[in-house]
Ligand binder design. Structure first.
Ligand code: GRF
Length: 214
C-alpha cells in the first residue's frame, strides 16, 4: 500500500492546524497519500515547527528575495518537483498562486476556505460572516484557478453561527470541520475520484473510475 501513495506538497502561511490534520491522517497506512514537502512563505510559522516535528522536509521561501511573484512561484514549483509532488494543497496559504504552479499542476492544486464560497471570499471570512449577521457559514474546499477563492468547488459543509460567537469561537468551530474535510478531499483526489466538468466537480463512486491499486 505505502508504495502506491500519492505525494502531496502543503503550502502554508500560519499555524498549520490543517497541516497537522493532514500529517495525522497521512500517518495511517490506509490513507492513500503522504506529505512530501511543506513550504511556508513566512519564517515564523508554527506550521514549520509541526513539519519539522513530523520529520517532513520543510522550507521557508522569502518573497523579498525574488524579483517578481512569478519568479517566487517558479522557485516554489522547483521545490515541489524536487520532492516528487503530485498534488499541491494550500492549507492556510495566504498568497495568490500563479502560472508557474498552476501550469505544472493542472487540476492538482486545492485550497481550503473558511466560508461557503462565493460568500465571504478573502482573508477575513469568519469576521465578514459575523459582521453580515448570517446564521450559518461553513467551509469550502475547491480547485485553484488564477483568482482568489473562485475555482470549482469540491466539498462544502455548513457550520452554524451561534449568537454569542466572536471571531475566535466561530473560527474554532470552522477549523474542526476543516480538519475533517481537507483530508477527505485529499483522499478523493488521491483515489482519482474527482472529475471536473466545467464549474462542477463530480465525486465518483468507489469502483467507478478509481485507481485499481487502492
Ligand atoms: C484556515 O481557516 C483556512 O481555511 C484559511 O486559513 C486557515 C489556516 O489555518 N485559508 P491553519 O494554519 O491550518 O491553522
Amino acid at each position: 500500500m505505502s508504495k502506491s501513495k500519492r505525494v502531496i506538497g502543503v503550502l502554508i502561511s500560519g499555524s498549520g492546524s490543517n497541516l497537522q490534520a493532514l500529517i495525522d491522517e497521512c500517518s495511517t497506512s490506509a490513507f492513500p497519500a503522504r506529505i512530501g514537502v511543506v513550504i511556508s512563505n513566512r519564517s515564523d510559522t508554527f506550521g514549520l515547527v509541526r513539519a519539522e516535528r513530523a520529520g517532513l522536509p520543510n522550507y521557508w521561501l522569502d518573497r523579498q528575495e525574488f524579483d517578481s511573484n512569478e519568479a517566487f512561484d517558479a522557485a516554489i514549483c522547483d521545490k515541489l518537483r524536487e520532492h516528487g509532488i503530485e498534488l499541491v494543497v494550500l492549507a492556510g496559504y495566504m498568497r495568490l498562486v500563479r502560472a508557474p504552479i498552476l501550469k505544472a499542476y493542472p487540476e492538482a492544486v486545492i485550497n481550503l476556505h473558511p466560508a461557503l464560497l462565493p460568500s465571504f471570499p478573502g482573508a477575513h471570512a469568519a469576521r465578514d460572516a459575523l459582521d453580515y449577521g448570517v446564521k450559518v457559514t461553513g467551509i469550502t474546499i475547491h480547485f485553484v484557478d488564477a483568482e482568489f477563492d473562485t475555482g470549482p468547488v469540491i466539498i462544502q459543509e455548513v457550520v452554524p453561527v451561534h449568537q454569542n460567537d466572536d471571531e475566535e469561537t466561530l473560527l474554532k468551530r470552522i477549523h474542526k470541520v476543516e480538519h475533517r474535510y481537507l483530508s477527505y478531499a485529499v483522499k478523493l483526489w488521491s483515489m482519482g475520484r474527482l472529475q471536473i466538468e466545467g464549474r462542477r466537480v463530480k465525486i465518483l463512486p468507489k469502483g467507478d473510475k478509481f485507481r485499481e491499486d487502492i
